[in-house]
Ligand binder design. Sequence first.
Ligand code: OAD
Length: 284
Amino acid sequence: EDPVLKSFNLEAAAEYMSKCSNVVVMAGAGISTSAGIPDFRSPGTGLYSQLEKYNLPFPEAVFHLDFFRTNPKPFFLLAKELYPQKFTPTPTHYFIRLLEEKKKLLRVFTQNIDSLERVAGISTDKIVEAHGTFFTSHCLDCREEYDLEFIKEIIFKDEIPHCKKCDGIVKPDIVFFGEKLPARFNDCVHSDFSKADFLIIIGTSLKVAPFNRLLTFVDKDCPRLLINMEPAGNSNQDMGSGALLYGKKANRRDVFHQSTCDEGVSELAKSLGWEDEFNKLLQS
Ligand code: OAD
């Protein structure tokens, strides 16, 4: 085994990171499971395996527009489960906040729609909610905008929100398959990835495009640290030189730290000498 490679572990990555000031974080559902929010694809516990009762043609249909137009009920039942503010942020969310306080965070790109990054106190200009949020909703037909309160009340009555103007179905601004990602996503991808000096990929299976392609946009020497329970990505997918991320082939600048997100960031905080501050933040 390559000795350089072997020694580029979490600790070595932390040492490298201590000198960085443009850290980009790519996050997924795995950073919120310890808050009690299920992820999507974990067998048994993931949302997609709990959708059987809704008789969907395939689990992801819940996020497909065509299906939603004919049968919005499964989505709104799911929305109720995932509704923001019902949950508190995890240690991983607070670690990202610590990165900001340490002036190292360039941006966190999250696929999550639980808005726990905001709740954890990370500045909104540091957050890119790549798959949208519940904060606003729009009528599918006339595009009339609705706020969180409107949707909340109806979702919690197990009813379907309809537009007051045209009676169309009102859909939260969560990005469905086939929909464009928010303009802010593209703007920030453009400005941030060439500037990034360290990439943390955490709690995501890297199965969904275009998000999963972002890791190929950093400089070829930029270290990429994956903290996840399992290898991520697709072996048949072009991940640049990110082969290590799906456990196939190693390269020098990538680290796969296989653990829970919370354990991973707590070890990272320790290696960075931030243990006390991290614990203080968790207790506050
Ligand atoms: P997935 O459910 O696909 O992947 C979550 C990953 O996190 C898996 O690899 C898990 O093994 C891992 N994981 C779960 N809990 C963990 C923990 N406590 N510590 C460490 N790892 C853990 O979720 P995403 O990758 O976020 O789209 O899914 C991407 C998109 O697919 C979502 O944004 C969603 C879905 O369709 C929309 O909502 C629009």
